[in-house]
Design a protein around this ligand. Structure first.
Ligand code: FES
Length: 317
């Protein structure tokens, strides 16, 4: 006759879902620094693995306390030993040895610990970079383009300036600058990068340059050159790329609009700030609605289905 086997309760097996969940959270946090594509990936991983983890926990919750393991047989053909005799045959164990954790508890603790470690490694530096600048004296970012009087309302200037004065002339860049008039009581500017969004050639204003009226302005960190122009758009000499007056692509191989620069007004001067990439511009001048992204290399899509091929923005632009 089959010996009677005591029914053991169902306990949840060791699971790797918590590790996946922790990795998802780490990817999500990383995405907050890198870009929205990574945030989406992290959110999907977190929700997916979180769901699987919760499902395992709910389905695997034990309904009765665990029964003790039957004593192992003493050898092949050994006669069954009565329970009381077997207990007596075991060497005496002190309280500490008897109190053991089951393996699944250990694995669960280990995976949660690993997840916390990964989350910490990703989160602490990000928080540091986010919070530390508030406690550190900072030089004003960007470059001075000179007094506002040099930018008459409604007119364009081709400006060349040092993007990073510490690196000198190698950081000289060109941008197309237009004063749009006031917006909410503050001067509004359109500042478009001349770098083609196809392969990075320098684009040109479609129209004449008034070199005779060009100005050289001395600012704190070098010289700024301003050349008046009256363009109808911008063109690229390399492969025929063409852009509208707001920098939208109108023809040729470029994959997006021309990049733009942030700006600020300080002590009556126009300062050029960080560059960013643009998917498309709707409207004009100070009423323009700009689809703004982190700065990507030329040739990289920032919107549409192709953007999934370029999850990371350019690190040093
Ligand atoms: S680099 Fe401008 S069109 Fe190719």
């Amino acid at each position: 006759m089959e010996p009677h086997r005591p029914e053991t309760p169902h306990t949840p097996p060791p699971s790797l879902w918590p590790v996946g969940f922790a990795v998802g959270v780490a990817v999500l946090l990383l995405g907050l620094i890198v870009g929205w594509g990574i945030v989406l990936l992290g959110a999907l991983l977190t929700v997916g693995f979180g769901f699987l983890w919760v499902r395992d926990v709910v389905e695997g919750t034990p309904t009765a306390p665990a029964a003790p393991e039957p004593p192992p047989p003493q050898g092949i053909g050994a006669a069954p030993v009565p329970a009381r005799q077997a207990e007596a045959a075991l060497p005496a164990m002190d309280e500490e040895e008897i109190h053991r954790y089951p393996r699944n508890v250990f694995l669960e603790g280990a995976t949660l610990g690993l997840g916390a470690l990964i989350g910490g490694i990703v989160t602490v530096p990000a928080l540091g970079f986010a919070v530390l600048p508030a406690f550190v004296d900072q030089e004003p970012q960007g470059s001075d383009l000179g007094p506002l009087e040099n930018f008459p309302e409604g007119e364009w200037r081709v400006a060349t300036f040092l993007e990073d004065p510490e690196h000198g002339e190698v950081s000289r860049r060109t941008a197309f600058v237009r004063h749009n008039g006031d917006l909410n009581g503050v001067p509004s500017f359109t500042i478009i990068s001349n770098r083609c969004a196809h392969l990075g050639c320098p684009t040109q204003p479609q129209g004449s340059l008034n070199e005779e009226d060009s100005e050289e302005i001395e600012v704190e960190h070098g010289t700024v050159t301003l050349i008046p122009t009256n363009p109808s758009g911008f063109t690229c000499p390399c492969h025929g790329g063409a852009y509208s007056i707001e920098g939208n692509r109108t023809a040729g191989p470029p994959v997006r609009a021309l990049d733009r620069y942030e700006f600020s007004i300080r002590d009556g001067h126009l300062w050029i700030g960080k560059a960013y990439s643009v998917g498309e511009v709707e409207g004009e001048g100070k009423d323009a609605r700009i689809k703004k992204y982190h700065r990507f290399y030329p040739g990289e899509h920032v919107d549409g289905i192709q953007q999934i091929l370029y999850p990371f923005p350019a690190p040093n632009l």
